[in-house]
Design a protein around this ligand. Structure first.
Ligand SMILES: *Cc1c(COP(=O)(O)O)cnc(C)c1O
Length: 424
């Protein structure tokens, strides 16, 4: 089915007389007639639910819709995007292992990998997303287990050359994991370009209303774990906590990754999305394809206006022909990228501050990808501890404003931006 139809109707098909909207199964636990029935669930021999810390039917319906949208074979929801990226990485990395990651990834994920996972004995090498194939290949070590990047990075707005990264990952016998939060599967399906695992912060466009935190992990079902069994003992050797089951053998390429992450990581860390949040996420998904068009149209209109304004020094938006990522965007994001634009005020940090104070429609928030336009000056908020040299090196110079264009009229947004620039 077309992506538009999956957004509206995917994941759940009611039977005769059943609710049209997905039911919210607000229950921690599930009832069984015999201990033997329940035992089969604990041995992963039968499908079913026993405790909502691991799996819940409402969450699974929404995960199934996201799985269909991405064209994957299995998926799960998590309580946040951070949990999704951590579980996806930790599912195949353990102490002594190594990650190759794009250097422009989201700050929260950069911190997760470079600080918190380092404390677990998992190290990382960060590479410029525009690096050559030689530079990329040089980042691998014998203990590298995964390559990680973001289709469109937050907030750097770089575009990942998914085919280049997939080729290098596969040449070294490891999967490519792509955080596809900003374009969503409406604008890019990384599996079609060779990615193996896709993650999401559903908090952003998928929910789209600034209502619920959430995340998702989707498996493309193509990576052959058993062909690289020595690298992935967690998937390819018996798990004693489930009577010696070997995930890659029992559940195959299509199901092993998500089954292990659910059965082990959700069991032990417990970061399931609540059924109520999954229900609200699904309301957002029903209009995702319609909203993404407007977010992209508004992002483009605002970027074009800013590019021609004398008080604006530069604009980062891959939809603009002036962007160094324009060619990659035409290849991977032919229908549009996202509604997030970043730009530098010619007058520096003070100009950025005055501009933002004078905006009337765009609110100052750390959030992005919301129905309501919002903006942020990283130098005075998320990156406040850095001096001007450090800010420039991190790709968020003092004068940079990140603007997430919402669903309002482009005309009103541009009028608001124009009046605020006049006051600078
Ligand atoms: C926001 C974000 C995350 C983290 O997601 P949360 O839902 O806030 O935990 C991860 N990756 C990207 C690209 C994001 O924008």
């Amino acid at each position: 089915m077309n992506r538009d139809t999956i957004c509206v109707q995917g994941g759940y098909t009611p039977g005769n007389g059943e609710p049209r909207q997905i039911p919210i199964i607000q229950s921690t636990t599930f009832k069984y007639a015999t201990s033997e029935d329940m035992g089969k669930l604990f041995d992963l021999e039968a499908d079913g639910y026993f405790y909502s810390r691991l799996q819940n039917p409402t969450c699974d319906m929404v995960a199934k819709k996201i799985c269909e949208l991405e064209g994957g074979t299995a998926a799960m929801l998590t309580s946040s995007g951070q949990a999704a990226n951590f579980f996806a990485l930790f599912n195949i990395c353990e102490a002594g292992d190594h990650i190759v990651a794009s250097s422009t990834i989201y700050g929260g994920t950069f911190n997760l990998i470079s600080v918190t996972m380092a404390k677990m004995g998992i190290t990382a090498t960060f590479v410029d997303p525009l690096c050559t194939e030689e530079e990329l290949n040089a980042a691998f070590r014998p203990n590298t287990k995964v390559v990680f990047g973001e289709t469109i990075a937050n907030p750097a707005l770089t575009v990942l050359d998914i085919e280049k990264f997939a080729k290098a990952a596969h040449a070294h016998g490891v999967p490519l994991m792509v955080d596809n939060t900003f374009p969503t599967p409406v604008n890019c399906r990384p599996f079609e370009w060779g990615a193996d695992i896709v993650t999401h912060s559903t908090t952003k466009y998928m929910d789209g209303h600034g209502a619920v935190l959430g995340g998702a992990i989707v498996d493309g079902g193509k990576f052959d774990w058993m062909a690289h069994a020595e690298k992935f003992p967690g998937l390819c050797t018996p798990d004693d906590s489930y009577h010696g089951i070997t995930y890659a053998e029992r559940f195959g390429k299509e199901g092993a990754f998500i089954t292990k992450a659910t059965a082990q990581l959700m069991r032990d860390f417990g970061s399931m999305q609540s059924p109520m949040n999954a229900y609200m996420l699904n309301l957002g998904l029903e209009s995702l394809h319609v909203r993404m068009q407007r977010h992209c149209a508004n992002g483009m209109a605002v970027a074009q206006f800013l590019e021609n304004h004398p008080k604006v020094a530069y604009v980062n938006y891959c939809g603009l022909e002036s962007s160094p990522y324009h060619a990659l965007a035409q290849k991977y994001l032919p229908n549009g990228s996202c509604g997030v634009v970043s730009f530098g005020l010619a007058g520096g940090r003070q100009a950025a501050s005055t501009f933002m104070k004078e905006l009337k429609l765009a609110a100052i928030e750390t959030h992005v990808a919301d129905a309501r336009t919002c903006c942020l000056n990283p130098a005075s908020s998320t990156h406040r501890q850095m001096n001007d040299e450090q800010l420039a090196a991190a790709g968020v110079p003092a004068e940079l404003v990140r603007m997430s264009c919402g669903l309002e009229s482009a005309e009103d947004l541009i009028a608001d931006i124009a009046q605020a620039l006049d006051k600078v």
